[in-house]
Ligand binder design. Sequence first.
Ligand code: TYM
Length: 332
Amino acid sequence: RPRVLSGIQPTSGSFHLGNYLGAVRQWVSLQETHDAFYMVVDLHAITVEQDPAELRQNTRVSVAQLLGAGLDPERCTLFVQSHVPEHAQLAWVMNCLTGFGEASRMTQFKDKSARFGSGNTSVGLFTYPILQVADILLYQADQVPVGEDQRQHVELTRDLAERFNHRLGQTFTVPNPYILKETGKIYDLQDPTAKMSKSASSPKGLVSLLDEVKVSAKKFKSAVTDTGTVVSYDEKEKPGVSNLLNIYSAISGRSIPELVQHFEGKMYGALKTELAEVYTEWVAPFQERTRLYLDDPAELDAVLARGAEKARAVAGETLAAAYDRIGFLPAK
Ligand code: TYM
C-alpha cells in the first residue's frame, strides 16, 4: 500500500470548510486505499503565541473533529505531533540542509510575517516549513493530501529529500502533493478571490464547522455572488458562483454539470438556499459525532496513545537511518 501523511493545525478549535474540503475529506477516503498517517500539528501551532489551556483543549477538539469527519483509528494512524519527538529531531537536521534564501522564499512565511509585523515574528515561524519537511520525510510518504496553499511546502520537501539522498545516500522517499483541482482552494464567501482562512478580514466569509448551523446557513445565504443571474460554472467571470458550486458538488457528490442543469431557470438565491440546506444536513451529524468523542476523553487518549506508538515505530526507524548517514556516533 502506498503511504500518505498529512497534518492540520489545532489553532482555532473549529476547522473551517476549506480545511475539510481541501484536505480532511481526502484523508478519510485515502485511509481505505493507503497506509495513512494523520496528525494534529501542535509543534507548528506554537510558531505563533498560544494560550496553554486553549492549545490543549483545541488539540482535543481537533482530534475529535477528525474522528467525527470519519477517520477510523483501525484504518489509519492518528496522533499528535508532539507525542512523537522524532519530528523535532529530524527538523534540526533538515534546518541544517536548507539554505537561508531558500527558506526566505516560502510565501506563507512572507504573508504571515507581513501580517504580524517583523517584531512579532518568531524564528519558529520562519523555519515552520522545514518542520513540515521532517513530518513528511519521517514517514517515507508517497503522497501528501493538502490544499493548494501547502504545495510550496511539499515542493521544498521534495528538494530537501533529493538533496539529502544525493549527498548522503538514498534515505527518503520523494513525496508528491495530492491536491484536488475542484476543492484544493475553497474561497471566502464574502471575497471569492481570497482563500477561506481563519485570518480573513471578515468572519462572514468563513464557515466554521463547529459553529451553530444557523449561523453558517446565514453565511451561505448572504454569500457574495457575481453580476448576472444564470447559475453557471466560470472561475474567471463568476468566482463567487463557481465557489458555491464547488462546495455544493463536493458535499453532495453531485457533479457540476448536473448541478448547473438542476439550477437552470433559477436564480442565485436558489443556489444559496439549497447549499445552506445541503451543508446543514451534512454538518449536523458531523457535529454530533465530534461531540460524542469530546465527551469521552479516555477513549480519545487511548486512540492517541496507540497512534503515537504506531507513528514512533516508523519515525524512529527513519530517524535512525538519517542519523547514521549523517555520521552521528550511535549511542551504545
Ligand atoms: P492548516 O492547518 O493551515 O490547514 C489544514 C489543511 O487545510 C487546507 N486548507 C485549505 N484547502 C482548501 N481551501 C482552503 N481555503 C484551505 N485552507 C486550508 C490546507 O492546505 C491543509 O492541507 N502546514 C500545514 C500543516 C502541516 C502539514 C504537515 C501538512 C504540518 N505538517 C505535513 C501536510 C504534511 C498547515 O498549516 O495546514
